[in-house]
Design a protein around this ligand. Structure first.
Ligand code: ADP
Ligand code: MG
Length: 346
């Protein structure tokens, strides 16, 4: 009588394991001041809980390097390092700094990884906006762009108060690292999203692509369009993500390093690129550059890049959604937006 009983216990013990190891993981959690979300098709022998722990561990490690909030992060160490001394940085920080440096050059300074003192002056870190005076603004503008690479992996700040804020690129980097880790674990189809910075691996279950929603910059809880994508990074920048209000005016968190003012003129930029890092950095750069200068920057890149820029309509007319030719048959405007948004080939 003992044998069937033991067998039954064995079966019961196995059941939870079978249901746990379903072929799909869909989870989200808070990190880096935003929401991380993943929708993954799981390979055999990878559980949803394991995939979630992997992504969490990657984001924790990224945070310990790039956080400006954590005083013991590697970036905080660089920011507190004396001027004119070379600091040898980790491979992750080096990868982001060199990518940021490239974008800084290509965008003629519109993308600036040292916008930190500007962000601070306008009150973005305190979440309490203050309109800066001209003298303060001028002294902060003098701190921008003052870094140098003296050798591979070695960074020097040329002025004491120059400080890095890699918020314009680090989430994309984190997403690429999570995608790499998941691919190593056998994931071939998955959507990895960190606050609007995505990497799309393969396609959604039963499909060859993913349909990615683009947030309505005038109502961030809604999506105005969907785009068909596969194997690429996608990133959207908009002033609606983070802003301060001063005298009733909303100022967004992307700074124009030439004027020292928060960039205005574009409602949102979405970039499709081979990596989430490049998509992230470029979406921030295009937001500062505006329509005409963005087109020039994109023409100078070797990588295949597509973009969607949403610009306000004239005289309260329809907002224009400018799309690059490669997206022509991939973007669908949701029907309820037909009256307020207009797709235009860019
Ligand atoms: P999100 O953080 O919503 O993904 P972005 O990728 O567009 O938005 O980056 C905005 C962040 O980049 C700001 O919060 C700030 O940390 C940093 N930043 C602000 N202005 C610039 C700039 N001109 N160039 C590079 N980074 C910037
Ligand atoms: Mg960005």
């Amino acid at each position: 009588m003992l044998r069937p009983f033991v067998f039954l216990i064995f079966l019961l013990l196995q059941l939870p394991a079978c249901t746990r190891n379903s072929d799909r993981a869909d989870f989200q959690f808070q990190t880096m001041g935003t929401v991380a979300h993943c929708d993954l098709e799981l390979p055999p022998r990878l559980t949803a809980a394991e995939s979630e722990s992997m992504v969490l561990a990657v984001y924790d490690s990224v945070n310990s390097v790039f956080s400006t909030w954590q005083t013991d992060s590697e970036l905080s160490r660089l920011n507190n390092f004396p001027a004119d001394s070379a600091l040898t940085v980790s491979p992750w920080l080096w990868e982001c700094l060199t990518a940021a440096d490239r974008l800084h050059t290509l965008s003629n300074g519109a993308f600036d990884p040292t916008a930190e003192p500007l962000m601070r002056l306008w009150g973005f870190y305190r979440r309490q906006g203050t309109l800066p005076g001209k003298a303060e603004l001028d002294s902060v503008l003098n701190l921008l762009g003052n870094w140098e690479f003296t050798a591979s992996g070695k960074v020097v700040k040329a002025t004491e108060n120059t400080c890095f804020d890699l918020g314009g690129i680090a989430k994309g980097f984190a997403v690429d690292q999570a995608a790499l880790r998941l691919e190593e674990a056998g994931v071939t189809n998955g959507l990895i999203d960190l606050g609007g910075n995505l990497f799309c691996l393969g396609g959604a279950p039963g499909r060859a692509d993913w349909r990615v929603g683009i947030r309505d910059p005038l109502d961030r809880d809604r999506y105005f369009a969907s785009v068909s994508v596969t194997e690429c990074g996608v990133s959207t920048s908009g002033s609606y993500e983070r802003f301060v209000t001063i005298n009733g005016h909303r100022y967004g968190h992307i700074m124009n390093p030439t004027t020292g003012q928060p960039a205005e003129g574009i409602l949102s930029t979405t970039v499709f690129a081979p990596t989430a890092l490049l998509a992230d950095g470029l979406s921030t750069a295009l937001f500062v550059l505006g329509v005409d200068r963005s087109r020039k920057l994109m023409a100078e890149l070797d990588e295949p890049i597509e973009a969607i820029l949403v610009v306000p309509g004239q005289d309260k007319g329809k907002a224009r959604v400018l799309i690059t030719p490669g997206l022509e048959n991939k973007v669908t405007l949701l029907p309820e937006y037909a009256e307020s948004y207009e797709l235009t080939l860019w």
